[in-house]
Design a protein around this ligand. Sequence first.
Ligand SMILES: CC(C)(COP(=O)(O)OP(=O)(O)OC[C@H]1O[C@@H](n2cnc3c(N)ncnc32)[C@H](O)[C@@H]1OP(=O)(O)O)[C@@H](O)C(=O)NCCC(=O)NCCS
Length: 180
Amino acid sequence: MNPFERIANRYKNLPKIDLTQGHSIAYSRSTTRRNMELIDANSQGNVHGGVIMRMVDEAAAVVAIKHCHRPYVVTARVERFDFLAPAFIGDVVSVNCEMHNVGRTSMEVGVEVTAEDLITREVRKIASSYVIYVALDENRKPTPVPPLVPANDEETAIIERARIRRKHLQHLEEVLKGNL
Ligand SMILES: CC(C)(COP(=O)(O)OP(=O)(O)OC[C@H]1O[C@@H](n2cnc3c(N)ncnc32)[C@H](O)[C@@H]1OP(=O)(O)O)[C@@H](O)C(=O)NCCC(=O)NCCS
């Protein structure tokens, strides 16, 4: 059996999900770490931005998959991507991701990236992003996801901030389209 057949078989009968059962932010929070190597960097030893972006997409997708219990999620949008400081060969890059907002079929994951110098133990915040995923069903069509239910005041504040940001961005998009 080739790897593609194995993957297809593994998810042939997807478990039914209870869409009334919401999940907290903590439920799907996830961190991915990797040591930066020669192949990740340019000739000056700086890690390529694209390496960080790929790590972010992979790590944030883990959160989306954990939240919606679906093996198929696609990246619909990278809302913004800020590079705040460089990372270097030998740094351990950590991509910390958590669910910030959930629509009917879409999920916005907030991402903070840090780089740690293992010798000095200095940890620098090097990037941040918001990535939106859409859950797909067996026919690769958008499918509903469980709601995001805050577990405490801190989670309520995170979700509220994300909703305000989304509203402002939607307003801006309408203005730029000339609809407002
Ligand atoms: C993302 C995608 C599935 C949306 O399909 P669609 O037919 O436009 O779906 P819909 O109009 O029903 O929208 C579904 C959801 O996606 C959201 N969405 C669609 N495009 C979006 C975008 N560019 N940015 C943010 N959200 C988007 C919609 O707001 C909607 O959210 P909601 O259900 O929470 O309200 C489709 O555009 C696609 O397959 N894009 C390519 C994805 C891809 O290949 N990514 C890279 C590799 S993973």
